[in-house]
Design a protein around this ligand. Structure first.
Ligand code: CMC
Length: 440
């Protein structure tokens, strides 16, 4: 990009409108597609671009995450996701995403210490939970309580202060797991379990969810590792809907807790983070391999709203690398908890095999995504489906805070303000009758 000294403007794109020619700079990325800089399009031509769903729009410059959707590659700060899942841990990945490179041993120890010192919540936050119905979806509690943090941690709301920004990101990452675990405990009618600072992030989350006043949960290293891998795989995914929501909310100068609450809301939808819950529910609805053909036909039928949940992706036109890793650890976790022949896992594998041979899925390049196998693992660990998206949200606080920080520190950052193609009424005198078909 032009503001990055490492890459130079080298090419121009020409646009011709009514015989007038306009030229726009092309910027090369370090890897992946180049972009045409159209920031001056309107001032030069009086036209806007039209791109619903932002299918051809790069909304920002970023150095955090790289995806090659054709090859099925995902990298955080240049490190392959496979290697991070194998060798790193979630808090190291958080540090990598936020600070740009892997910490050394003493930096990591210090950072883990700082995160664990922020896992406690203000005592009064308990009152917020008590205001929710017991049958509330835990994501409803996540959205509400995350936003409410702005009122408790007022010493980290000044987004112009770098120290406050960093402290806010640590609070958000640390407290998200406590909020998620409390939402779970509240929904099953058990008392909240306090965090334990001597445990790792993932062990502590399992402890807060599964220990109770009568019995301490013994955290299994295999399940803790699986949990940690799930957190790592969901930590960031460049400019997806929830991350773009966080950036857009933050572009107005809103405080970090409010921005992350906006991200949690966006993640909740079934086309995004809500797909992990929907995928498991879909597998349970299909019930048996003999029904797969019927559901594949429903997914292909344009008159039917049904979609194969956990399948397809805006960016991946190949196997989602995160799904590949999860498929492998799925068997390990099931064996560990003593489920040797899980009918749901078998059904998922049969469904995947049939879909991947089907012309419709081949032509549209629809492959399993991260949500296809994660639910089976989370269920085996002991979570109900309503908690799956909460777990996604806890992990994604890493990416959201890293992307929010990058945006605030970007010298060309402006308030996000897209325009529109207006197709409504022309000026109408008040009281004049108009045919209803002109309005929606
Ligand atoms: N089942 C059946 N058809 C599908 C599916 C699916 N899961 N996904 C896409 N298609 C079809 C779609 O109908 C469209 O067909 P046509 O070209 O005939 O109109 C074509 O494939 C292209 O799909 P699209 O909806 O235009 O693609 P998109 O980039 O707008 O949407 C998606 C991507 C993930 C929202 C979509 O694939 C989907 O709804 N999948 C199911 C939900 C899901 O698993 N979401 C999790 C995404 S990964 C985790 C995350 O990032 O949150």
């Amino acid at each position: 990009m032009s503001k990055d000294k490492n890459s130079k403007k080298e090419k121009f794109a020409k646009l011709i409108i009514d015989n007038n020619s306009y030229s726009f700079p092309i910027y090369s990325s370090t890897e992946g597609e180049s972009v045409i800089d159209i920031t001056k399009l309107h001032s030069k031509t009086k036209f806007f671009t039209y791109d619903p769903g932002f299918t051809s729009t790069a909304s920002c410059e970023s150095k955090i995450t790289y995806i090659d959707g054709e090859k099925g590659i995902l990298r955080y700060r240049g490190y392959d996701i496979e290697e991070l899942a194998d060798k790193s841990d979630f808090i190291e990945v958080v540090n990598l995403l936020i600070y740009g490179d892997l910490p050394n041993k003493s930096q990591l120890t210090k950072y883990k210490n700082l995160i664990s010192r922020h896992t406690l919540l203000h005592e009064q936050i308990i009152n917020f939970f008590q205001g929710f119905r017991r049958d509330a979806h835990p994501m409803a509690m996540m959205v509400g309580v995350m936003g409410a943090l702005s009122s408790f941690y007022q010493d980290t709301l000044d987004i112009k202060d770098a120290h406050q920004r960093q402290e806010a990101t640590r609070r958000i990452v640390a407290k998200s797991s406590t909020i998620g675990a409390m939402a779970y405990k509240y929904s099953i009618g058990q008392s909240f379990v306090s965090p334990k600072n001597n445990l790792s992030f993932s062990e502590n989350f399992l402890h807060m969810c599964f220990s109770n006043t009568a019995e301490e949960y013994k955290v299994s290293p295999i399940l803790a590792k699986a949990m940690d891998i799930i957190f790592i795989l969901h930590a960031d995914h460049e400019q997806n809907a929830s991350t773009s929501t966080v950036r857009l909310a933050g572009s107005s100068g809103a405080n970090p807790f409010a921005c992350i609450a906006a991200g949690v809301s966006s993640l909740w939808g079934p086309a995004h983070g809500g797909a992990n819950q929907a995928a498991l529910e879909m597998l349970e609805e299909i019930g048996s391999s003999k029904n797969i053909k019927k559901y594949i036909n429903k997914a292909k039928n344009k008159k039917d709203n049904f979609k194969l949940m956990g399948f397809g992706h805006r960016v991946y036109k190949n196997y989602d690398p995160r799904a590949k890793i999860l498929k492998k650890i799925c068997k390990k976790v099931l064996n560990h908890v003593g489920i040797n022949n899980d009918p749901i896992l078998q059904l998922a594998m049969d469904l995947e095999a049939i879909a991947l041979k089907d012309k419709y899925f081949i032509e549209k390049k629809l492959y399993p995504n991260v949500d296809f196998y994660s639910g089976i693992i989370l269920k085996a660990i002991g979570f109900p489906p309503e908690m799956f998206t909460v777990i996604f949200a806890i992990a994604r606080t890493a990416g959201w805070t890293a992307q929010w920080t990058e945006m605030i520190e970007d010298p060309i950052q402006k308030i996000g303000r897209p325009r529109q193609l207006y197709t409504g009424n022309l000026i109408t005198k008040y009281g004049k009758k108009r045919s209803r078909k002109n309005t929606r």
